[in-house]
Design a protein around this ligand. Sequence first.
Ligand code: AMP
Ligand code: FES
Ligand code: ZN
Length: 289
Amino acid sequence: MRCSKCKERAIAYLKPYRIALCGKCYPEFYLRLVERSVKKYGILKRKERILACVSGGKDSSAMVVALKMLGFNVEILHIDLGIGDYSKKSRKIVEELAEGIDVPFHVVELAEYGFTIDGVDVKKVCSVCGTAKRYLMNRFARENGFDVIATGHTAEDIILFFFKNVLSGGIEWIPKLVPRSEGGGGFVSKARPLFERSEKENILFVLAEGIPFLADECPHAPRDAWKEIIYDIEAKRPGFKQNFVRGLVRLAKNVKVDENWELRRCKVCGEPSSSEVCAFCRYVMKFKK
Ligand code: AMP
Ligand code: FES
Ligand code: ZN
């Protein structure tokens, strides 16, 4: 198979775009896709100070390199969750990546708050981890004057979030489907510049650019059958993922959710919270050794 642009040997055929590309032409193609999403959906602005949250996996690594190459003002935050060797390797890789692209690197350790994810002895470790990550990202971004938090969520992540929430009922989660949500009341704005990108597009970019990333999965991450279902649909209907997330943005814009809950301040840490003590502080009390 030959590259559709330069006729060199192609590294991949991208069905949704009906194009084959080589390792040299692919990064440019990928960057234009990211740039187009960012512009079309107003995901990021040139003058903003962006906090790119990077786990060390392929998606967030691709995101920060793409944003840097597109000329955005980015800095990296890595959260050390205290997950044995996995966290040690992740942190090292993100540090190496930051140095390689000359982007300031910040790290926050969950252990500073008195517990680690390895020390969480409940079934739903991932949900504790998710709460901790969101809390630490927001707090760090606000306290350090960032305008927006960027994460590497992909089209698969957004569709997964949709399926799981549809099944559990309610509609209050629908506004979260947008690629950019504005902050306020102590919350920093959030951006998902890769929401139209697939994991395959991201991995091709990191491989073609030689970007360091960790291929290991988190040892606590359960195998997600939904992801395989999404891949199956995409295999039968190329372009499904992109079309679906675009549809979800239209849905989110048209669904008005009555946000009738009062935003308070956590009486322990002072961060914004819907309850007297925020979910993160409740976990700290529960798991602190
Ligand atoms: P996940 O919650 O693991 O699906 O990750 C979603 C996004 O959150 C990633 O694409 C990253 O942008 C960010 N993220 C996840 N883990 C970390 C971490 N340990 N440090 C910084 N950012 C992270
Ligand atoms: Fe949070 Fe695996 S990264 S539990
Ligand atoms: Zn709190």
